[in-house]
Design a protein. Structure first.
Length: 308
């Protein structure tokens, strides 16, 4: 099947998409589950061979079992959780839009609040989080959960601006590290952790910041822009070849070369919210798209899930 065929899963925009083996996996998407209102936050849990993800308007976390294909409710109510990640100990970190906080699920099931205020004021609605190898937790805080009652609870913002924050692993201090966004969304560190990439949904771009030794960020620059008039960026992930994959909502899944060139796309039948690598070899791409959970076994591999 040609990568440029209008019915193909893959759309080649640059030869590097072909030579990088980005289209050498499955030739179709596998739909694992449907029936969500707006699915987000896929996270593969290797110890259990399960994937958890969020159905935000229905206020629940769902769980898919890789061995059986069964889907069940992991947690409900769940605080209108959006993004999920793992910390260095394999514990679940969740961004609870409805409760306006970042939490950690302990091994015994208890919920520990990591952040809910900055300088005494309530956060807007934490969206996505990433954990650095030093144990710090970084999260974005747009307003998606307080603009209406659909994905949270309508409320007036207490903070000025929609920002990115860092939680200190030793003190728990919440520090503002980046601002000036239309709506900060997906976060991911570069393979060497020297840069932080942040998608700006309303700004129509992905920005990249240098990470300084003290945990602060540079002013940042634009890495990629949405240029087709349709795509908006949600979450982002790296493969082990240094390519950045972006959930581009109406534009499917975009693949960027390390130099910022859009080299290819994955066509998805529904608007795409989030992506995550998983599976035993970390080469299965899970895609949450509006009402559904899809997957694709690929010839490229995601970065290690937890860095030590």
């Amino acid at each position: 099947m040609s990568g440029n065929d209008s019915t193909s899963l893959y759309e080649i925009l640059d030869e590097r998409f072909r030579t990088g083996r980005c289209m050498n996996g499955d030739d179709r998407l596998e739909r694992l589950h449907g029936g969500c209102r707006w699915a987000e936050g896929p996270l593969y849990l290797p110890a259990w061979r399960q994937l958890v993800w969020s159905d935000i308007p229905n206020d629940r976390l769902l769980r898919w079992d890789e061995a059986t294909g069964a889907v069940s409710v992991f947690r409900s109510p769940a605080g209108h959780v959006n993004g999920n990640t793992l910390d260095r100990e394999g514990r679940l970190i969740s961004c609870e839009q409805g409760n306006r906080r970042v939490t950690r699920t302990e091994p015994d099931g208890r919920i520990t609040v990591l952040a809910e205020r900055y300088e005494g004021k309530r956060l807007n609605s934490p969206n996505d989080a990433v954990v650095r190898s030093d144990g710090s937790v970084w999260f974005s805080d747009p307003d998606f959960g307080i603009t209406s009652d659909y994905e949270g609870f309508r409320a007036e913002p207490e903070l000025d601006g929609l920002n990115v924050y860092r939680i200190d692993p030793s003190t728990g201090e919440v520090r503002l590290v980046a601002d000036g966004f239309g709506a900060p969304n997906g976060l991911v560190f570069s393979p060497d952790e020297r840069q932080l990439y942040v998608s700006d949904t309303r700004g129509g771009c992905i920005r990249v910041f240098d990470v300084r030794e003290d945990g602060t960020l540079s002013d940042g620059k634009v890495f990629a822009e949405a240029r087709d008039g349709v795509s908006r960026f949600d979450n982002i992930r790296f493969d082990d070849g240094g390519r950045l994959w972006a959930a581009a909502i109406e534009g499917g899944v975009h693949c960027y070369d390390p130099d910022g060139t859009l080299i290819g796309r994955l066509r998805v039948p529904e608007p795409v919210s989030n992506i995550a690598f998983g599976g035993p070899k970390n080469n299965r791409l899970f895609i949450t798209a509006t009402s559904s959970l899809y997957s694709l076994v690929m010839a490229v591999t995601g970065l290690p899930r937890v860095r030590r």
